[in-house]
Ligand binder design. Sequence first.
Ligand code: NAD
Length: 432
Amino acid sequence: MTTSPKPTRRTALTAAAGLPLSLLAGPPAFARRDDRPKVALIGCGGQGRGDAQNATRFGPVVAVCDVDKDHAAQAAKQFKTDRVYADFRQLLEKEKDVSVVVNATPDHWHTLANIACVRAGKDVYAEKPLTLTIDEGKRLAAEVKKHGRVLQTGSQQRSDGNFRKAVVAVRAGRLGKLSAVTSTLPAGKHGGPFKPSPVPPGLDWDFWQGQAPAAEYVKERCHVDFRFWLEYSGGTLTDWGAHHNDIVLWAVNKPGPVAVEGKRLLDPVPGGYTTPAEYDITFTYADGLRHRCNSTTASSIFGGTQKARTRSETAHGIRFEGADGWLFVTRGKLEASKPEVLADLPDPASAGVYVSDDHMKNFFDCVKTRKAPICDAQTGHRSVSVCHLGGIALRLGRKLAWDPAKEEFVGDKEANGMLAREQRKPWTYDLV
Ligand SMILES: NC(=O)c1ccc[n+]([C@@H]2O[C@H](COP(=O)([O-])OP(=O)(O)OC[C@H]3O[C@@H](n4cnc5c(N)ncnc54)[C@H](O)[C@@H]3O)[C@@H](O)[C@H]2O)c1
Protein backbone atom coordinates (compact mmCIF):
# COMPACT_ATOMS: atom_id res chain seq x y z
CA MET A 1 0.00 0.00 0.00
CA THR A 2 1.32 3.46 -0.88
CA THR A 3 0.81 6.31 1.50
CA SER A 4 0.39 9.89 0.28
CA PRO A 5 2.27 12.58 2.16
CA LYS A 6 0.31 14.27 4.92
CA PRO A 7 -1.32 17.36 3.37
CA THR A 8 0.13 20.63 4.63
CA ARG A 9 -1.93 23.80 5.00
CA ARG A 10 -0.56 25.03 1.64
CA THR A 11 -1.26 21.85 -0.34
CA ALA A 12 -4.71 21.62 1.18
CA LEU A 13 -5.50 25.21 0.19
CA THR A 14 -4.13 24.65 -3.32
CA ALA A 15 -6.27 21.63 -3.84
CA ALA A 16 -9.31 23.48 -2.54
CA ALA A 17 -8.74 26.40 -4.90
CA GLY A 18 -7.71 24.22 -7.85
CA LEU A 19 -4.56 26.31 -8.29
CA PRO A 20 -0.92 25.38 -8.72
CA LEU A 21 1.03 25.89 -5.50
CA SER A 22 3.25 28.62 -7.01
CA LEU A 23 0.32 30.89 -7.86
CA LEU A 24 -1.43 30.58 -4.55
CA ALA A 25 1.35 31.57 -2.19
CA GLY A 26 3.85 33.46 -4.40
CA PRO A 27 7.31 32.16 -5.19
CA PRO A 28 8.83 29.75 -2.69
CA ALA A 29 11.06 31.41 -0.08
CA PHE A 30 14.31 30.27 -1.73
CA ALA A 31 13.36 32.01 -4.99
CA ARG A 32 12.27 35.31 -3.43
CA ARG A 33 14.40 38.28 -4.56
CA ASP A 34 16.51 40.03 -1.95
CA ASP A 35 15.85 43.70 -2.72
CA ARG A 36 18.15 44.97 0.00
CA PRO A 37 21.22 46.92 -1.16
CA LYS A 38 24.21 44.75 -1.99
CA VAL A 39 27.34 45.64 -0.09
CA ALA A 40 31.06 45.39 -0.92
CA LEU A 41 33.89 45.67 1.59
CA ILE A 42 37.17 47.40 0.70
CA GLY A 43 39.83 46.91 3.40
CA CYS A 44 39.25 43.62 5.21
CA GLY A 45 41.11 44.22 8.49
CA GLY A 46 39.50 43.98 11.91
CA GLN A 47 37.39 47.13 11.59
CA GLY A 48 36.33 46.45 8.01
CA ARG A 49 35.10 42.95 8.81
CA GLY A 50 33.30 44.28 11.89
CA ASP A 51 31.64 47.12 9.96
CA ALA A 52 30.64 44.79 7.15
CA GLN A 53 29.16 42.31 9.63
CA ASN A 54 27.19 45.21 11.11
CA ALA A 55 26.03 46.16 7.59
CA THR A 56 24.63 42.64 6.99
CA ARG A 57 21.62 43.71 9.12
CA PHE A 58 20.62 45.81 6.10
CA GLY A 59 22.03 44.03 3.05
CA PRO A 60 24.24 41.08 2.06
CA VAL A 61 28.01 41.52 1.68
CA VAL A 62 28.58 40.07 -1.79
CA ALA A 63 32.14 41.16 -2.67
CA VAL A 64 35.36 41.86 -0.76
CA CYS A 65 38.69 43.49 -1.64
CA ASP A 66 42.06 43.69 0.04
CA VAL A 67 45.68 44.08 -1.06
CA ASP A 68 46.54 41.38 1.47
CA LYS A 69 45.33 38.00 0.17
CA ASP A 70 45.07 36.56 3.70
CA HIS A 71 42.76 39.34 4.87
CA ALA A 72 40.67 39.06 1.70
CA ALA A 73 40.37 35.29 2.20
CA GLN A 74 39.24 35.73 5.82
CA ALA A 75 36.54 38.15 4.70
CA ALA A 76 35.49 35.90 1.80
CA LYS A 77 35.03 33.06 4.29
CA GLN A 78 33.15 35.25 6.77
CA PHE A 79 30.71 36.56 4.15
CA LYS A 80 30.56 33.34 2.11
CA THR A 81 31.46 34.97 -1.18
CA ASP A 82 33.84 34.07 -3.99
CA ARG A 83 33.77 37.59 -5.41
CA VAL A 84 37.23 38.54 -4.17
CA TYR A 85 39.42 41.40 -5.47
CA ALA A 86 42.89 42.82 -4.86
CA ASP A 87 42.22 46.11 -6.70
CA PHE A 88 39.17 48.15 -5.68
CA ARG A 89 38.99 49.72 -9.15
CA GLN A 90 38.21 46.30 -10.61
CA LEU A 91 35.59 45.65 -7.96
CA LEU A 92 33.90 48.95 -8.78
CA GLU A 93 34.09 48.22 -12.48
CA LYS A 94 32.66 44.70 -12.31
CA GLU A 95 30.25 44.68 -9.37
CA LYS A 96 27.43 46.63 -11.00
CA ASP A 97 24.79 45.28 -8.60
CA VAL A 98 26.66 46.57 -5.56
CA SER A 99 25.21 49.90 -4.43
CA VAL A 100 26.95 50.29 -1.04
CA VAL A 101 30.63 50.10 -0.12
CA VAL A 102 32.16 49.85 3.33
CA ASN A 103 35.62 51.45 3.12
CA ALA A 104 37.90 50.49 6.00
CA THR A 105 41.29 50.83 4.35
CA PRO A 106 44.10 52.58 6.29
CA ASP A 107 43.75 56.37 6.49
CA HIS A 108 46.09 57.17 3.57
CA TRP A 109 43.79 55.21 1.24
CA HIS A 110 40.44 56.55 2.46
CA THR A 111 40.03 59.46 0.07
CA LEU A 112 41.13 57.89 -3.22
CA ALA A 113 38.92 54.85 -2.59
CA ASN A 114 35.98 57.02 -1.45
CA ILE A 115 36.24 59.24 -4.52
CA ALA A 116 36.38 56.17 -6.77
CA CYS A 117 33.28 54.77 -5.06
CA VAL A 118 31.14 57.89 -5.40
CA ARG A 119 32.22 58.32 -9.03
CA ALA A 120 31.11 54.73 -9.63
CA GLY A 121 27.69 55.61 -8.19
CA LYS A 122 28.10 53.83 -4.84
CA ASP A 123 27.06 55.09 -1.40
CA VAL A 124 29.81 54.70 1.19
CA TYR A 125 30.18 53.89 4.86
CA ALA A 126 33.59 55.55 5.13
CA GLU A 127 35.75 54.85 8.13
CA LYS A 128 37.19 57.71 10.12
CA PRO A 129 39.44 59.67 10.15
CA LEU A 130 37.81 60.63 6.87
CA THR A 131 41.00 62.02 5.30
CA LEU A 132 44.77 62.32 5.49
CA THR A 133 44.80 66.03 4.58
CA ILE A 134 42.46 69.02 4.51
CA ASP A 135 42.82 69.17 0.72
CA GLU A 136 41.49 65.61 0.48
CA GLY A 137 38.43 66.56 2.54
CA LYS A 138 37.54 69.51 0.33
CA ARG A 139 37.81 67.35 -2.78
CA LEU A 140 35.86 64.45 -1.29
CA ALA A 141 32.98 66.61 -0.02
CA ALA A 142 32.72 68.21 -3.49
CA GLU A 143 32.69 64.80 -5.23
CA VAL A 144 30.02 63.38 -2.91
CA LYS A 145 27.83 66.40 -3.61
CA LYS A 146 28.47 66.35 -7.35
CA HIS A 147 27.52 62.68 -7.66
CA GLY A 148 24.56 62.89 -5.27
CA ARG A 149 25.87 60.07 -3.08
CA VAL A 150 25.28 59.25 0.58
CA LEU A 151 28.48 59.03 2.63
CA GLN A 152 28.47 58.29 6.35
CA THR A 153 31.73 58.98 8.20
CA GLY A 154 32.44 56.20 10.70
CA SER A 155 32.57 58.60 13.68
CA GLN A 156 29.91 56.56 15.45
CA GLN A 157 29.95 58.50 18.73
CA ARG A 158 27.42 60.83 17.02
CA SER A 159 24.90 58.00 17.23
CA ASP A 160 25.43 57.39 20.97
CA GLY A 161 22.84 58.81 23.36
CA ASN A 162 25.37 60.00 25.97
CA PHE A 163 27.28 62.12 23.48
CA ARG A 164 24.03 63.47 22.04
CA LYS A 165 22.78 64.42 25.53
CA ALA A 166 26.04 66.24 26.22
CA VAL A 167 25.69 68.17 22.97
CA VAL A 168 22.05 69.07 23.68
CA ALA A 169 22.95 70.23 27.21
CA VAL A 170 25.77 72.45 25.92
CA ARG A 171 23.69 73.88 23.09
CA ALA A 172 20.68 74.45 25.37
CA GLY A 173 22.88 76.59 27.64
CA ARG A 174 22.77 74.25 30.65
CA LEU A 175 26.36 75.18 31.49
CA GLY A 176 25.73 78.89 30.96
CA LYS A 177 28.16 80.60 28.62
CA LEU A 178 30.74 78.03 27.61
CA SER A 179 34.20 79.05 28.90
CA ALA A 180 36.45 76.06 28.11
CA VAL A 181 36.45 72.69 26.38
CA THR A 182 39.04 69.95 26.83
CA SER A 183 39.18 66.86 24.67
CA THR A 184 41.64 64.33 26.04
CA LEU A 185 42.69 61.63 23.58
CA PRO A 186 44.52 58.37 24.28
CA ALA A 187 48.29 58.73 23.88
CA GLY A 188 49.83 57.12 20.83
CA LYS A 189 52.39 54.36 20.63
CA HIS A 190 55.95 55.49 21.27
CA GLY A 191 58.59 52.99 20.35
CA GLY A 192 61.23 51.74 17.97
CA PRO A 193 63.60 51.50 16.21
CA PHE A 194 62.10 48.84 13.94
CA LYS A 195 63.89 46.65 11.42
CA PRO A 196 62.78 45.96 7.85
CA SER A 197 61.83 42.38 7.06
CA PRO A 198 60.72 40.47 3.94
CA VAL A 199 57.25 41.39 2.68
CA PRO A 200 54.86 38.63 3.80
CA PRO A 201 53.59 36.41 0.98
CA GLY A 202 50.24 37.57 -0.34
CA LEU A 203 50.70 41.24 0.64
CA ASP A 204 51.06 43.77 -2.19
CA TRP A 205 53.21 46.21 -0.20
CA ASP A 206 53.50 48.72 -3.04
CA PHE A 207 49.71 48.90 -3.43
CA TRP A 208 49.29 49.03 0.37
CA GLN A 209 51.58 52.12 0.52
CA GLY A 210 49.66 53.82 -2.28
CA GLN A 211 50.21 57.58 -2.32
CA ALA A 212 52.67 57.48 0.62
CA PRO A 213 56.43 57.70 -0.04
CA ALA A 214 57.92 54.26 -0.79
CA ALA A 215 59.53 52.66 2.26
CA GLU A 216 61.02 49.27 3.01
CA TYR A 217 58.54 46.87 4.56
CA VAL A 218 58.51 47.06 8.35
CA LYS A 219 55.85 45.04 10.14
CA GLU A 220 55.07 47.91 12.53
CA ARG A 221 54.27 50.23 9.59
CA CYS A 222 51.59 47.97 8.20
CA HIS A 223 48.39 46.44 9.62
CA VAL A 224 46.83 48.29 12.56
CA ASP A 225 50.04 50.11 13.58
CA PHE A 226 50.01 52.26 10.41
CA ARG A 227 48.18 54.84 12.61
CA PHE A 228 51.45 55.72 14.34
CA TRP A 229 53.27 56.82 11.16
CA LEU A 230 52.82 60.28 9.67
CA GLU A 231 53.00 58.88 6.12
CA TYR A 232 49.75 57.00 6.66
CA SER A 233 47.91 58.76 9.48
CA GLY A 234 48.03 61.47 12.14
CA GLY A 235 48.38 59.23 15.22
CA THR A 236 45.77 59.31 17.96
CA LEU A 237 45.24 63.00 17.21
CA THR A 238 43.29 61.95 14.09
CA ASP A 239 42.44 58.37 15.13
CA TRP A 240 40.66 59.41 18.35
CA GLY A 241 40.34 63.08 17.42
CA ALA A 242 37.92 61.98 14.69
CA HIS A 243 35.71 60.80 17.56
CA HIS A 244 36.18 63.28 20.43
CA ASN A 245 36.92 66.44 18.40
CA ASP A 246 33.95 65.55 16.21
CA ILE A 247 31.77 65.79 19.33
CA VAL A 248 33.39 69.11 20.33
CA LEU A 249 32.61 70.62 16.93
CA TRP A 250 29.05 69.25 17.10
CA ALA A 251 28.53 70.88 20.51
CA VAL A 252 30.11 74.27 19.78
CA ASN A 253 28.34 74.30 16.40
CA LYS A 254 31.06 76.14 14.52
CA PRO A 255 32.85 75.35 11.24
CA GLY A 256 36.27 75.41 12.93
CA PRO A 257 38.71 77.38 15.07
CA VAL A 258 40.48 80.62 14.07
CA ALA A 259 43.81 79.87 15.76
CA VAL A 260 45.83 76.84 16.84
CA GLU A 261 49.06 76.26 18.73
CA GLY A 262 50.55 73.21 20.37
CA LYS A 263 53.51 71.22 21.61
CA ARG A 264 54.70 67.65 21.22
CA LEU A 265 55.53 66.42 24.70
CA LEU A 266 57.56 63.38 23.76
CA ASP A 267 60.22 63.13 21.06
CA PRO A 268 59.91 60.16 18.70
CA VAL A 269 62.45 57.36 18.99
CA PRO A 270 64.75 57.53 15.91
CA GLY A 271 63.69 54.81 13.46
CA GLY A 272 60.43 54.33 15.39
CA TYR A 273 56.83 55.54 15.22
CA THR A 274 56.64 59.11 13.92
CA THR A 275 53.21 60.45 14.99
CA PRO A 276 52.99 62.54 18.17
CA ALA A 277 52.51 60.16 21.11
CA GLU A 278 51.87 62.87 23.71
CA TYR A 279 50.77 66.40 22.90
CA ASP A 280 48.99 69.47 24.16
CA ILE A 281 47.16 71.70 21.65
CA THR A 282 44.95 74.76 22.07
CA PHE A 283 42.38 75.87 19.50
CA THR A 284 40.69 79.27 19.78
CA TYR A 285 37.27 79.96 18.24
CA ALA A 286 36.06 83.30 16.83
CA ASP A 287 34.15 84.13 20.04
CA GLY A 288 37.28 83.58 22.16
CA LEU A 289 36.32 80.07 23.36
CA ARG A 290 39.40 77.93 23.99
CA HIS A 291 39.46 74.22 23.22
CA ARG A 292 42.38 72.31 24.65
CA CYS A 293 43.11 68.96 23.01
CA ASN A 294 45.68 66.95 24.94
CA SER A 295 46.68 63.33 25.27
CA THR A 296 46.89 60.86 28.10
CA THR A 297 50.38 59.48 28.75
CA ALA A 298 52.14 57.07 26.41
CA SER A 299 52.25 54.28 28.98
CA SER A 300 48.46 53.97 28.82
CA ILE A 301 45.93 52.70 26.28
CA PHE A 302 48.28 51.45 23.56
CA GLY A 303 50.65 49.72 25.98
CA GLY A 304 53.65 51.83 24.97
CA THR A 305 57.13 50.78 25.97
CA GLN A 306 57.42 53.77 28.33
CA LYS A 307 57.51 53.37 32.07
CA ALA A 308 54.78 55.27 33.93
CA ARG A 309 55.49 58.97 33.57
CA THR A 310 55.19 61.70 36.12
CA ARG A 311 52.28 63.51 34.46
CA SER A 312 49.13 62.21 36.10
CA GLU A 313 46.99 59.85 34.09
CA THR A 314 43.64 61.21 32.97
CA ALA A 315 40.78 59.41 31.34
CA HIS A 316 40.15 60.19 27.69
CA GLY A 317 36.91 62.03 26.95
CA ILE A 318 35.51 65.53 26.65
CA ARG A 319 34.94 68.11 29.37
CA PHE A 320 32.79 71.17 28.75
CA GLU A 321 32.95 74.00 31.30
CA GLY A 322 30.73 77.04 31.60
CA ALA A 323 29.73 79.76 34.03
CA ASP A 324 27.05 77.46 35.56
CA GLY A 325 28.82 74.10 35.75
CA TRP A 326 30.65 71.39 33.83
CA LEU A 327 29.97 68.07 32.18
CA PHE A 328 32.24 65.20 31.15
CA VAL A 329 31.38 62.65 28.50
CA THR A 330 33.20 59.60 27.24
CA ARG A 331 32.22 56.13 26.05
CA GLY A 332 29.86 54.66 28.64
CA LYS A 333 29.97 57.69 30.94
CA LEU A 334 28.21 61.04 31.22
CA GLU A 335 28.55 63.10 34.38
CA ALA A 336 27.94 66.69 35.39
CA SER A 337 28.69 69.14 38.19
CA LYS A 338 25.02 69.02 39.31
CA PRO A 339 21.89 67.07 38.30
CA GLU A 340 20.20 70.14 36.75
CA VAL A 341 22.75 70.15 33.92
CA LEU A 342 21.36 66.93 32.46
CA ALA A 343 17.82 66.78 33.86
CA ASP A 344 14.80 67.12 31.55
CA LEU A 345 16.82 68.06 28.50
CA PRO A 346 14.85 69.67 25.68
CA ASP A 347 13.95 67.81 22.51
CA PRO A 348 17.22 67.53 20.50
CA ALA A 349 15.49 68.99 17.42
CA SER A 350 14.80 72.23 19.31
CA ALA A 351 18.57 72.51 19.92
CA GLY A 352 19.21 71.78 16.22
CA VAL A 353 20.65 68.36 17.05
CA TYR A 354 20.24 65.41 14.62
CA VAL A 355 19.07 62.21 16.30
CA SER A 356 20.49 58.79 15.44
CA ASP A 357 20.78 55.85 17.82
CA ASP A 358 22.37 53.44 15.39
CA HIS A 359 25.11 54.76 13.09
CA MET A 360 24.95 51.96 10.51
CA LYS A 361 21.12 51.99 10.46
CA ASN A 362 21.14 55.77 9.99
CA PHE A 363 23.41 55.25 6.96
CA PHE A 364 21.18 52.60 5.37
CA ASP A 365 18.04 54.66 6.15
CA CYS A 366 19.64 57.54 4.24
CA VAL A 367 20.64 55.24 1.38
CA LYS A 368 16.89 54.69 1.02
CA THR A 369 15.63 58.23 1.68
CA ARG A 370 18.63 60.03 0.06
CA LYS A 371 18.76 62.39 3.05
CA ALA A 372 22.06 63.40 4.64
CA PRO A 373 23.32 61.00 7.31
CA ILE A 374 24.32 62.23 10.77
CA CYS A 375 28.03 62.44 9.89
CA ASP A 376 28.06 63.22 6.17
CA ALA A 377 31.20 63.99 4.13
CA GLN A 378 31.26 67.71 4.92
CA THR A 379 30.77 67.06 8.65
CA GLY A 380 33.45 64.35 8.74
CA HIS A 381 35.78 66.62 6.78
CA ARG A 382 35.31 69.57 9.16
CA SER A 383 35.84 67.39 12.25
CA VAL A 384 39.04 65.81 11.02
CA SER A 385 40.21 69.22 9.75
CA VAL A 386 40.45 70.32 13.40
CA CYS A 387 42.76 67.34 14.04
CA HIS A 388 44.85 68.07 10.92
CA LEU A 389 45.22 71.71 12.05
CA GLY A 390 46.53 70.46 15.38
CA GLY A 391 48.98 68.16 13.61
CA ILE A 392 50.31 71.00 11.43
CA ALA A 393 50.73 73.25 14.50
CA LEU A 394 52.69 70.47 16.25
CA ARG A 395 54.97 70.08 13.23
CA LEU A 396 55.61 73.82 12.87
CA GLY A 397 55.79 74.50 16.62
CA ARG A 398 54.24 77.98 16.39
CA LYS A 399 50.86 79.66 16.64
CA LEU A 400 48.86 79.64 13.39
CA ALA A 401 45.87 81.73 12.30
CA TRP A 402 43.16 79.80 10.40
CA ASP A 403 40.32 81.08 8.25
CA PRO A 404 37.56 78.43 8.54
CA ALA A 405 35.49 80.00 5.72
CA LYS A 406 38.33 79.97 3.18
CA GLU A 407 39.93 76.86 4.75
CA GLU A 408 43.35 78.51 4.58
CA PHE A 409 45.97 79.64 7.07
CA VAL A 410 46.11 83.42 7.17
CA GLY A 411 49.23 84.77 5.42
CA ASP A 412 51.27 81.63 6.10
CA LYS A 413 52.72 80.02 3.00
CA GLU A 414 54.59 77.33 4.89
CA ALA A 415 51.50 76.18 6.80
CA ASN A 416 49.32 76.37 3.67
CA GLY A 417 51.87 74.10 1.99
CA MET A 418 50.85 71.40 4.51
CA LEU A 419 47.16 71.36 3.54
CA ALA A 420 47.96 68.80 0.83
CA ARG A 421 50.68 66.21 0.37
CA GLU A 422 52.67 65.11 -2.62
CA GLN A 423 51.15 61.87 -3.88
CA ARG A 424 53.43 59.11 -5.13
CA LYS A 425 52.66 58.24 -8.76
CA PRO A 426 50.54 56.56 -9.99
CA TRP A 427 48.48 56.81 -6.76
CA THR A 428 47.29 60.38 -7.31
CA TYR A 429 43.81 61.92 -7.53
CA ASP A 430 43.97 61.03 -11.26
CA LEU A 431 44.08 57.35 -10.39
CA VAL A 432 40.34 57.05 -9.95
N1 NAD B 1 35.08 53.78 13.89
C1 NAD B 1 35.90 53.22 14.74
O1 NAD B 1 35.68 53.22 15.96
C2 NAD B 1 37.13 52.56 14.22
C3 NAD B 1 37.79 51.58 15.00
C4 NAD B 1 38.93 50.96 14.45
C5 NAD B 1 39.40 51.34 13.19
N2 NAD B 1 38.75 52.31 12.49
C6 NAD B 1 39.28 52.75 11.19
O2 NAD B 1 39.19 51.69 10.24
C7 NAD B 1 40.29 51.73 9.35
C8 NAD B 1 40.96 50.36 9.32
O3 NAD B 1 41.49 50.09 10.60
P1 NAD B 1 41.94 48.61 11.03
O4 NAD B 1 42.30 48.69 12.45
O5 NAD B 1 40.93 47.62 10.59
O6 NAD B 1 43.28 48.45 10.16
P2 NAD B 1 43.89 47.15 9.49
O7 NAD B 1 45.28 47.47 9.15
O8 NAD B 1 43.61 45.97 10.35
O9 NAD B 1 42.99 46.98 8.17
C9 NAD B 1 43.13 47.73 7.00
C10 NAD B 1 43.00 46.77 5.83
O10 NAD B 1 43.00 47.51 4.60
C11 NAD B 1 43.80 46.80 3.67
N3 NAD B 1 44.22 47.72 2.60
C12 NAD B 1 45.26 48.60 2.56
N4 NAD B 1 45.26 49.29 1.41
C13 NAD B 1 44.21 48.81 0.68
C14 NAD B 1 43.70 49.12 -0.61
N5 NAD B 1 44.25 50.06 -1.39
N6 NAD B 1 42.64 48.42 -1.05
C15 NAD B 1 42.06 47.44 -0.29
N7 NAD B 1 42.50 47.13 0.94
C16 NAD B 1 43.56 47.80 1.43
C17 NAD B 1 44.92 46.24 4.50
O11 NAD B 1 45.64 45.23 3.85
C18 NAD B 1 44.16 45.78 5.73
O12 NAD B 1 43.65 44.48 5.56
C19 NAD B 1 41.21 52.84 9.85
O13 NAD B 1 41.06 53.99 9.07
C20 NAD B 1 40.75 53.09 11.26
O14 NAD B 1 40.91 54.44 11.69
C21 NAD B 1 37.63 52.90 12.97
